[in-house]
Design a protein around this ligand. Structure first.
Ligand code: GLU
Length: 277
């Protein structure tokens, strides 16, 4: 089976060096194994998505000297998300939730890698369907049906799936037919991705995705979570914290292919370091 990797940026900000590193890693893993490297634009974050950024992403990848195949953007796949959500709902694996962010923060009994863990307030509650609501995955019930699950990260090795790390995540948003978790899991299967390559910051998400694969009957890929690039303060790069965009670097005359070579060989720009594993 040929390796298929992907780079799946969300068009809510320009790409920065962290994205370039991620794209180069995913590209090279596919090329070293005679495989395919895909670009998928994850543009279902309604209000924050900007269509024009997808063009900028292509310019960035070309500037880095990468070759890719582009698969359909998430906004063209809404029907498949709605179908899968409908199936999970019919199987009693989703429940509606009307909690606010502030309410969850106040009621949470524990904090997970992405903030307060949902304490299950709406589970088993009658919700007035005319009230705006999201749909959450009932992790305990899903796990009860699947039994213990495992998944493999190429670097970290075999993992016992622990979806409880993120808790009963939202799968269907108020205004969008899917959250990142549902959409990305369905798309990776539809796109034939065999090696889900992305940063360590999404490691916990993979526990949820493995559970979703089991309840949706999807193939199980291998994962490759790479180390993250950090700024001079030791924080993950982020546009909102002033990390320079690739477009800025390009405009300043930097050679993209050379940058890609440097990223491969670990020669990082001044002030940038690689997080510990
Ligand atoms: N769209 C996600 C992001 O830009 C990445 C998703 C993934 O690689 O699974 O953070």
């Amino acid at each position: 089976m040929n390796t298929v990797t992907r780079f799946a940026p969300s068009p809510n900000g320009m790409l920065h060096l962290g994205h370039a590193f991620s794209a180069v890693v995913a590209h090279d893993l596919a090329k070293q194994r005679d495989g395919r490297f895909l670009l998928r634009v994850e543009d279902i974050d309604g209000a924050r998505s900007r269509a024009d950024l997808a063009d900028a992403f292509r310019d960035d990848l070309a500037w880095l000297g990468l070759e890719w195949e582009e698969v359909p953007a998430q906004s063209t796949r809404l029907a498949s998300y709605a179908e899968a959500a409908g199936r999970l709902r019919a199987e009693g694996l989703l429940y509606p939730c009307v909690c606010t962010r502030a309410g969850i923060k106040a009621a949470a009994r524990a904090t997970g890698p992405e903030g307060p863990l949902y304490p299950g307030t709406c589970k088993g509650r009658e919700i007035d369907p005319s009230q705006p609501h999201v749909w959450r995955l009932d992790i305990a019930e899903a796990l009860r049906r699947t039994g213990p699950l495992v998944w493999t990260d190429e670097i970290a090795g075999e993992q016992r799936a622990r979806p409880e790390l993120l808790g009963d995540v939202v799968l269907v948003r108020k205004d969008d037919p899917a959250s990142y978790h549902l959409a990305a899991t369905l798309d990776d299967a539809a796109d034939g991705v065999t090696l889900v390559t992305r940063g360590m910051d999404l490691f916990a998400a993979s526990h949820i995705h493995r559970l979703l694969q089991a309840v949706l009957g999807l193939p199980v890929p291998v994962w490759h979570h790479h180390r993250l690039l950090l700024d001079a303060d030791g924080r993950k790069l982020a546009k909102r914290r002033g990390s320079q965009s690739l477009a800025d670097l390009r405009a300043a005359g930097m050679d993209g292919a050379e940058l890609a070579r440097d990223l491969r060989s670990g020669r990082l720009p001044i002030g940038i370091s690689l997080a510990k594993g």
